[in-house]
Design a protein around this ligand. Structure first.
Ligand code: CA
Length: 338
């Protein structure tokens, strides 16, 4: 199954047995030796629900610590799902970037790293690199499918959507697309992160897993709408993959719109310091060259506001949440019809 490199040596250990039937809730333990805890561990929560025969589905939340819908739903599934309802195995990981999750931050306060830019990790690197290495070497090889539940986080508000991870493997691309549509979010979007290979979803694809991502609201809050989409979508996907009964599946999104973030043209970046005023609500149809908003330099009232412009046609898919921007900050994101 595993198409990645060989397992690298690691000092991490688990309190669950991935091969045991039934339900277990425990931790992956990473020996961690900071000033106040010489021989302690960083504990990454993990639950295993296994029964009968069927695929193994790995569900991740808390990849970024300020995105909450996914972790909430993974916790609910952990508590509510009876092993008898499962055919196969669920590996449920609600807070993989645990230090970031406990701090409600995108990045880890321990080493400053964005977990989702550290794959394939390093088993003897910083704590975040150790976690991504363990997922790469020890978790992905167990799986047939991977669901990475993101939201927009503190800095972005994003239209709730299922995300297709692009891959050069045509068979896998079809499976990814079918699985993302089965999630049945209001929108389905292809997001390639400008080709960055260091994400969890890109790594899962290299390991051959059917891979689905999400973007569920954002702004560092819990969205009522996005949480409902997440609760429904997770069950839809598990039914699509055959791990729970298809009676849990709502109508698939086979005819819903599909969009794509088309390279750098998808993004509107701030050219200067100031306060960003967006011109359009999420979901508005816009075209290349149209003003996306303007940046007010409120501490220099004689200076006119500076307009920024969309670089492609599509819909406004994401918008910066805080008003304050600095040069290079992402103000808007446009998704183009596929
Ligand atoms: Ca995210």
């Amino acid at each position: 199954m595993n198409k990645l490199q060989e397992k690298r040596p690691s000092s991490a250990f688990t309190t669950v047995d991935f091969d045991r039937m039934g339900k277990q809730v425990g931790h992956i333990m990473f020996p961690h030796s900071p000033h106040d805890d010489a021989w302690g561990v960083t504990r990454v929560p993990v639950a295993v629900i296994a029964n009968g025969t069927g695929p193994t589905v790995i569900m991740e939340g808390g990849n970024h610590g300020d995105e909450y819908e996914g972790p909430i739903v993974i916790g609910e599934i952990t508590r509510e799902l009876d092993p008898a309802e499962v055919q196969g195995r669920l590996i449920l990981m609600p807070s993989n970037n645990i230090h970031a999750a406990m701090a409600s931050q995108r990045t880890s306060p321990v080493d400053g790293l964005n977990y989702n830019r550290t794959f394939p990790g390093n088993p003897y690197g910083t704590i975040t690199e150790q976690i991504s290495a363990y997922i790469t070497d020890h978790i992905f090889p167990l799986g047939h499918a991977f669901l990475d539940l993101h939201s927009g986080g503190s800095s972005l508000d994003i239209m709730p959507s299922a995300v297709i991870e692009p891959t050069a493997d045509e068979g896998l691309a079809k499976r990814n697309s079918a699985a993302a549509r089965a999630f049945n979010a209001p929108n389905t979007v292809v997001i390639g992160n400008l080709g960055d290979p260091r994400t969890a979803t890109a790594t899962a694809c290299r390991a051959g897993l059917t891979t689905v991502g999400t973007e569920l609201g954002g702004g560092g809050r819990v969205s009522i709408e996005a949480l409902a989409i997440c609760r429904r979508g997770v069950r839809n996907l598990l039914a699509h993959l055959g791990v729970i009964d298809r009676k849990h599946q709502t109508v698939g999104n086979a005819d819903g719109p599909t969009f794509e973030l088309k390279g750098t043209a998808a993004y509107v970046f701030a050219p200067c310091d100031g306060i960003f005023e967006p011109f359009h609500a999420l979901g508005t149809r816009v075209s290349a060259g149209q003003p996306a908003g303007r940046i007010h330099v409120v501490w220099d009232p004689a200076r006119p506001a500076e307009k920024v412009h969309y670089a492609c046609d599509g819909i406004v898919y994401g918008c910066r949440q805080p008003g304050r921007v600095r040069p290079g900050n992402c103000c808007s994101v446009v998704a183009a019809p596929l």
